[in-house]
Design a protein around this ligand. Structure first.
Ligand SMILES: [Fe+2]
Length: 241
């Protein structure tokens, strides 16, 4: 059956209004928390999935970002929806649920969503050059130099038993290298995260199999975004007047 062109235009206009309304309704459903918005959103990658190769392949990034990270964000929002967390920041929610066994699932997914978003921001293509300015001075003071810091960070990654994270943190005004198991995060322990590398096997196994040290060393040498880290340090420790 042929349709008159004018009718077709009206039909299209009406369809377009219906589609717009349907999308708006879907948006409201997704954002609604019985009065609040979803706490976690997928932060866009600041580079393409293949931009970190060969240190991290596009395959690994695809699984890591689109499957693992997306899964934590989705689950964290499902577990917090309508549970009295509306209005809380992600950081406040993580701190409020840390150590509470009855909220372990919320904490694990929320912390993993936050940890992954932060990890992806710690990387950039053609990174790895030595830090400068205040960050470099504080690394020298805390570890004796950048080379010594990297050696300590790699050893910490090697010694982390099972899944977890290695971090450079600001702890009571001083830099420190710490590790956290599974989803745990320095945010839950009064420390300020500055830099991290994910040492869960899903972060490196496709590219490095069991060679975790090679993965961490290559991230430090080729991808570490010290400009981002320096900016976080400046925010955490404003210059003295
Ligand atoms: Fe991960």
């Amino acid at each position: 059956m042929l349709t008159h062109p004018v009718f077709n235009k009206r039909l299209m206009a009406r369809s377009s209004v219906l589609v717009t309304c349907a999308l708006a309704a879907l948006f409201l459903v997704q954002c609604s928390d019985g009065g609040g918005s979803a706490i976690f959103v997928m932060e866009p990658l600041p580079y393409s999935l293949d931009a970190l190769a060969p240190t991290i392949s596009a395959d690994t990034m695809g699984f890591h970002y689109d499957k693992h990270y997306a899964g934590y964000v989705k689950k964290a929002n499902e577990l917090t929806k309508g549970k009295g967390f509306a209005g809380k920041t992600a950081e406040a929610l993580i701190q409020a649920t840390a150590g509470d066994a009855s909220k372990a699932a919320v904490f694990n997914n929320a912390a993993q969503a936050w940890n992954h978003a932060y990890f992806f921001k710690c990387l950039k293509p053609d990174g790895g050059s030595a830090p400068e300015g205040l960050l470099a001075e504080m690394i020298d003071a805390a570890f004796g130099g950048f080379v010594e810091f990297k050696a300590l960070f790699i050893t910490a990654a090697k010694d982390q038993f099972g899944s977890g994270w290695v971090w450079l943190v600001l702890d009571e005004g001083k830099l420190a290298v710490v590790t956290s198991a599974n989803a745990d995060t320095p945010l839950a322990h009064g420390m300020i995260p500055l830099f991290t590398v994910d040492v869960w096997e899903h972060a490196y196994y496709l590219d490095y199999q069991n060679r975790r040290v090679d993965f961490v060393k290559s991230v430090l040498d080729n991808l570490a975004n010290w400009d981002f880290v320096a900016a976080q340090l400046e925010k955490a420790q404003p210059p003295k007047v």
